[in-house]
Ligand binder design. Structure first.
Ligand SMILES: C[C@H]1O[C@@H](n2cnc3c(O)ncnc32)[C@H](O)[C@@H]1O
Ligand SMILES: [Zn+2]
Length: 433
């Protein structure tokens, strides 16, 4: 798909928003009016009859091009899954693979109502090209992994700086650079501190894995004397610009620290359950302590899709199940995590259906079984529907999917299939050498 948007005004006519039948007008990529009387001339008119509108969704933790690894290795524990299966295959990735894998991810996200995402991976200049082509928003970080080696650290620093410069040169308000120190078990404290300083100097966000497994915490305490949260803090990585993914094995002091520092904790319930990390993020404590709360899918090899509707439901259910409380994480909070909170975590303005906000809009099929009956649209969106109910998606006023048609879909699927074949062939050749 190529950029087709030229700032057209849009009118969505007769759509249901929180039980009200309204018209929505969009000018210059922002909501201009929402109400019974809104209307007038528009370049693009969308018939909203038979649709329910919600704000666009934001996925705050993923590794987009891992779409290429979907189903490649399942049902394993995290450390073995990474070191025996994922990292050996990723060693053969090329920039073209990441370009097609990220386009495939964007396609899947658009089809399920996601308009923005937070990515950490490799060949991120190619990921940026893919995001630009597909028209959604993203915060992109190079996965900084120095494995406690000085020479490797220099390479990671170079790659991180190069990505920041190239994204700056793109001058696309929908694409932001971030720094992506992978975790305390893959990055030295020198590397972590460099990332913190670089993010401060450049005023860019931080994307890091935190306390995903019990092993991460016990190994860290054995090695450093302190917990992963404290390591990140002493390296300067806990800031209001930080998205910390997983946050499963936090204690109450960790939660207080994340709250004090204004960190956003990205909950990834599907991945956590699939990898059986053994504990749910302490949502209640983090909320009490004032941390930001948002939602992510993680990569397609540990989920195995990018459907934020499923993630909202899994988050609400996992929290209720793990903390023995049916009242924790109600539907409205799950939707808030996936929309406005997610946008805020990535430093985007969107995720709200309000006049003046960027026009991130998702239309759901009002006539689908999952929306019948519709006592409470938020309940249906979180507990009953999945991404298959999404019919139309707008991001900053651009129509990315209309009536389930995404322009250029076949080309993306073809490109991704070819990338997968090449990747597997290179891997096979290296094993038989
Ligand atoms: C950027 C690197 O991160 C790897 N990765 C993917 N999922 C996870 C996870 O759940 N925890 C830690 N690291 C993960 C990915 O394969 C890249 O190598
Ligand atoms: Zn991850």
């Amino acid at each position: 798909m190529k950029e087709t948007y030229n700032g057209e005004d849009v009118l969505v006519r007769d759509v249901e928003v929180q039980g009200r039948r309204v018209n929505i007008t969009i000018e210059g990529g922002r909501f201009a009016a929402i109400g019974e009387d809104a209307g007038g001339e528009a370049d693009v008119v969308i018939d909203g009859r038979g649709a329910v509108a919600i704000p666009g969704l934001y996925n705050t933790h993923t590794h987009a091009a891992m779409t290429l690894l979907r189903g490649y290795a399942d049902d394993m524990i995290l450390q073995e899954w990474l070191s025996e299966k994922i990292w050996p295959l990723e060693a053969h990735l090329t920039g073209e693979d990441v370009y097609w894998g990220t386009q495939l991810a964007c396609l899947e996200m658009i089809r399920s109502g996601t308009v923005g995402f937070n990515d950490m991976y490799f060949f991120m200049e190619d990921a940026a090209r893919a995001v630009e082509t597909m028209g959604i928003k993203a915060q992109l970080s190079y996965g900084f992994i120095d494995l406690f080696d000085e020479e490797k650290r220099e390479k990671e620093i170079k790659a991180t700086k190069a990505l920041a410069s190239s994204i700056q040169a793109m001058n696309n308000p929908r694409i932001k650079a971030a720094v992506g120190p992978h975790s305390v078990y893959t990055v030295s404290e020198e590397g972590l501190s460099w990332c913190a300083e670089f993010s401060r100097q450049q005023d860019i966000n931080i994307h890091v894995h935190l306390a995903e497994t019990e092993k991460e915490v016990t190994d860290c305490v054995a090695k450093t004397g302190v917990r992963p949260t404290q390591v990140l803090d002493r390296c300067g990585l806990l800031t209001p610009r930080t998205v910390a993914a997983h946050c499963c094995w936090l204690d109450s002091d960790d939660c207080a620290l994340l709250g004090d520092r204004g960190v956003f904790a990205s909950h990834n319930p599907a991945s956590n359950m699939k990898l059986a990390v053994g504990r749910a993020m302490p949502y209640g404590l983090l909320k009490e302590r004032g941390a930001g709360l948002c939602l992510g899918t993680d990569g397609c090899s540990s989920n195995n899709n990018l459907d934020m509707f499923e993630e909202m439901k899994f988050a609400a259910l996992l929290q209720k199940f793990f903390w023995h409380s049916p009242t924790i994480l109600p539907a409205g909070e799950a939707l808030q995590m996936a929309t406005a909170n997610g946008a805020a975590a990535l430093g985007f303005e969107g995720g709200q259906l309000e006049v003046g906000a960027p026009a991130d809009l998702v239309l759901l099929d009002r006539r689908a079984a999952c929306n019948t009956p519709l006592y409470n649209p938020t309940s249906n969106a979180v507990y009953a529907c999945n991404g298959g109910a999404v019919t139309t998606v707008l991001c900053d006023g651009r129509v990315l999917m209309q009536d389930r048609v995404v322009p250029g879909e076949a080309e993306v699927l073809d490109g991704a299939r070819q990338a997968i074949a090449g990747l597997l062939e290179r891997h096979r050749a290296s094993v038989s050498e």
